[in-house]
Design a protein around this ligand. Structure first.
Ligand code: CO8
Length: 292
């Protein structure tokens, strides 16, 4: 059965179509936008873990405005789900992400960038409660590297290449690269990468402290999933508070950071999860955390 297009469909010939039982189905604009967003970001649930994959393979997952919008909205939705305990964020085998979309940047004025609220999207990722594991294979460059660094842990395939090549385009890293990379690998290596465009191999990135685990080419996603399931098995209140406390280590002097940690420990201690975890150990059983 094929359907006639609604009048708005005829006025907007560029609205995406969907193949449905061999026929073209016309999509209302909101539905069409959602379909496009769903294609740009693939979400798969695996119990308490979600795997979110960037999906612009022709452009090596370059982070267009549309892709970032879809990504942030998918992550926010997942973050609000109480049963979700950890998120894996990955790309394809060839590229985690090759940076911001250069064609889009070239078309933008400084004022476009200023008003585009792009930075707010990056803040939204940083402010997620749920622990995020970046699963990196292939190119992880520019905004892609900044995206991986916005996650809590990076698992890399031995094929991964990390870099901040923005100065080669006449710009500088703008989504945290100059700050997070420097904190992760130190000033000497960060400046080497940012000024010369040097790419780090996965092993170099691991030795420098940017990457937590390096695995064989075929294992990048499975290892990230495995790690996410390990995180998901822990007390959810505790993993969220621990992430918050570690992040604070990069923002506050030691004394304030220790004070913050003490307060978060008290908060964790007051949770039902803490009662459950401590008692389960004494009763020699597996804890059943409720995230409260
Ligand atoms: N943007 C848009 N398209 C891209 C990008 C990109 N970043 N990277 C690759 N592509 C496209 C290519 O144009 C090409 O498209 P087509 O087939 O239509 O010609 C396709 O992807 C495949 O790329 P290549 O043919 O170049 O593939 P190679 O294997 O030869 O090279 C590289 C792979 C080395 C990754 C190469 O593509 C490259 O150097 N890409 C650009 C890397 C880069 O400079 N990234 C930094 C971008 S700027 C940035 O990230 C700033 C972030 C600031 C954020 C601010 C937020 C507020």
């Amino acid at each position: 059965m094929s359907r006639r297009c609604a009048p708005w469909r005829r006025r907007r010939p560029s609205t995406p179509r969907e193949r449905w039982n061999g026929h073209v189905r016309c999509l209302a604009p909101a539905t069409a936008r959602r379909a496009v967003a769903e294609e740009l970001v693939l979400v798969e649930r695996d119990g308490p873990v979600a795997v979110v994959r960037l999906n612009r393979p022709q452009q090596l997952n370059a982070l267009s405005d549309e892709l970032m919008e879809a990504l942030v909205s998918a992550l926010r939705e997942l973050d609000a789900e109480p049963s979700l305990r950890c998120i894996v964020l990955g790309g394809s085998e060839r590229a985690f992400a090759a940076g911001a979309d250069i064609a889009e940047l070239a078309r933008s004025s400084a004022i476009d960038l200023y008003y585009a609220r792009r930075v707010e999207r990056w803040d939204a990722i940083r402010n997620l409660w749920t622990p995020l594991v970046a699963a990196v294979s292939g190119y992880c460059l520019g905004g892609g590297c900044e995206l991986a660094m916005s996650c809590d842990v990076i698992v890399a395939s031995e094929t991964a290449r990390f870099g901040q090549p923005e100065t080669g385009l006449g710009i500088i890293p703008g989504a945290g690269g100059t700050q997070r990379l420097t904190r992760a690998v130190g000033k000497a290596l960060a400046l080497d990468m940012i000024l010369s465009g040097r790419l780090l191999t996965a092993r170099e990135a691991q030795a420098a402290g940017l990457v937590a685990r390096v695995v064989a080419r075929e294992a990048w996603l499975d290892e990230a999933r495995r790690l996410a399931h390990d995180v998901a098995a822990k007390g959810p209140v505790a993993t969220r508070l621990a992430k918050e406390a570690v992040d604070r280590a990069f923002e506050a002097p030691l004394g304030l950071g220790l004070e913050y940690e003490r307060r978060l420990l008290n908060l964790a201690f007051a949770s039902e999860d803490a009662r459950e975890g401590l008692n389960a150990f004494l009763e020699k059983r597996k804890p059943e955390f409720e995230g409260r």
